[in-house]
Design a protein around this ligand. Sequence first.
Ligand SMILES: Nc1ncnc2c1ncn2[C@@H]1O[C@H](COP(=O)(O)OP(=O)(O)OP(=O)(O)O)[C@@H](O)[C@H]1O
Length: 254
Amino acid sequence: MNADYLELTDLTVSFDGFVAVDRVNLSVLPGDLRFLIGPNGAGKTTLIDAVSGLVPATGAARWAGVDLVGRKVHRIARLGVGRTFQTATVFEELTVTQNLDIAAGARRGVLTLARRRTRVPEVVVEAMETVGLTERADALAGTLSHGQKQWLEIGMLLVQDAKLLMLDEPVAGMSSDEKDETGRLLQRVAAGRTVVVVEHDMDFMRAFATSVTVLHAGKVLAEGSVAQVQADPRVQEVYLGPGRHSEAALGEGV
Ligand SMILES: Nc1ncnc2c1ncn2[C@@H]1O[C@H](COP(=O)(O)OP(=O)(O)OP(=O)(O)O)[C@@H](O)[C@H]1O
């Protein structure tokens, strides 16, 4: 079995008796660009919170052979698990390079950081190229567009050597050009890594997902290729059933 493999077994998260994630079984292989979709409140964010150690869970979340359930957030991060949030958390008053350098430093440790360095570390240069921010290297993060801030945040995970990246609604609020750019960026990132994207944007999902898991009321409702989940009547019911909004529709023909 490949070492960098995410496998959730009966993963469950309860908040005071309310089950937000309900015995989820899920496997994601390296190289996959897995989209996690589902209506509001389906448990998508809670699921990635549980894998990153932000909320307590039961069951198992095995990553690279290690069960993450019950481990502390920083230990999980050190195992190569990174995630972004719906709102980018970059240091606005620092440059793109400085943001990446600090993130890389978090990985390097105090001793290495204390050494005087005049050169930008190679890992920072590479991450900047991967996320397409080389030309903005010296720009203050606060002056970046919304999309560029999300890319910087992904770059910060790359310099920390994250091998499992979980991204929470990365294209929310982006222009259509930025969305396309983000899709291509995620394809580059997913080569050799495992990427899970929580997303409501169905056009974006259709354009870039290699596989899709649909969550509903905390449970896995369907899983497969984009075409498979789009054709699934249960998925259509969840997205287009009574009381659902048409903008949440999965796509033409449903
Ligand atoms: N800390 C918490 N305490 C209590 N209930 C919570 C907590 N966090 C989430 N929930 C509940 O768990 C359910 C799942 O929420 P979650 O945010 O994971 O859904 P989601 O699929 O990400 O939704 P959205 O697409 O709207 O972001 C919701 O009913 C939510 O109200």
